[in-house]
Design a binder for this molecule. Structure first.
Ligand code: ZN
Ligand code: ZN
Length: 242
């Protein structure tokens, strides 16, 4: 007996469970999981119906203020999925998984990344800022460097941050989940990519008109151009194109 996919089935529930425990799921992994869940619970499956499958789950999640959301990784341009909590905004979304002081370190790290030129914050800068974390409960509390390092590691494991050679940036999960929060809370510094219109963290900025573009979007946009020019002001694009 094949159950039609419009209603929430055990296959949908299993899919959701795995997505939640993964934190962030890459597109091809999600497609495999879709097939696997439908096969296991004998639910209607078509390889090109993942979006419908997910919107059935999303309809079901709506009253709980949750949603499966899709976004593009700034590292590799691939689609990823994550389950977002719509009832809370900003780092309070993460409040059930971390302590107040850990969240404060995350907020500080996120700020350093957003305020940086290139979308990265060094571990040295983050650890220095860990010295003066303020929380309601503890007023001003010092977090030991070792302790802060450990907390950063957990944020990387949980896919909120990603780290390369001691430099931290926002992970795809964080960008998908906190994009709106970041755009509205850091209006003066956070920019949308001129090409794909989503939040640009690792980006290049036009020296003449100030628009930003993701590194990936820069690469794609200028691929066939002998002389790279800004898509907005048409001035020569002086950044080294990746
Ligand atoms: Zn872009
Ligand atoms: Zn320009």
């Amino acid at each position: 007996n094949i159950v039609m996919a419009a209603q929430m089935t055990d296959a949908h529930r299993r899919f959701l469970q795995v997505l939640m425990s993964n934190g962030l799921t890459e597109g091809s992994e999600a497609r495999k999981l879709h097939q696997h869940c439908c096969g296991t619970y004998k639910v209607y499956y078509a390889h090109d119906k993942l979006d419908d499958f997910i919107s059935t789950i999303n309809n079901h999640l709506q009253p709980m203020f949750m949603q499966i959301r899709k976004g593009i990784s700034q590292e590799d341009g691939r689609a990823h999925y994550t389950v977002v909590n719509l009832a809370e905004t900003g780092v309070t979304k993460m409040a059930s998984d971390y302590t107040e002081i850990e969240l404060e370190l995350f907020r500080k790290t996120m700020e350093l990344i957003i305020l940086s030129e290139n979308g990265f914050a060094s571990s040295t800068d983050i650890l220095n800022s860990a010295d003066q974390l303020k929380t309601a409960k503890f007023k001003t509390k010092k977090m030991k460097k070792k302790e802060a390092e450990q907390v950063l590691k957990v944020f990387v494991e949980d896919k909120w941050l990603s780290e390369k050679n001691g430099e931290y940036t926002l992970h795809t999960r964080c960008i998908i989940d906190l994009e709106q929060y970041i755009l509205s809370n850091y209006q003066d510094v956070a920019r949308k990519c001129n090409i794909c219109h989503s939040l640009a963290i690792q980006s290049q900025v036009c020296e003449s008109c100030g628009i930003g573009m993701h590194l990936l979007c820069v690469r794609k946009y200028f691929r066939d151009q002998t002389e790279p020019r800004c898509p907005k002001c048409n001035e020569f694009w002086s950044c080294h194109t990746p």
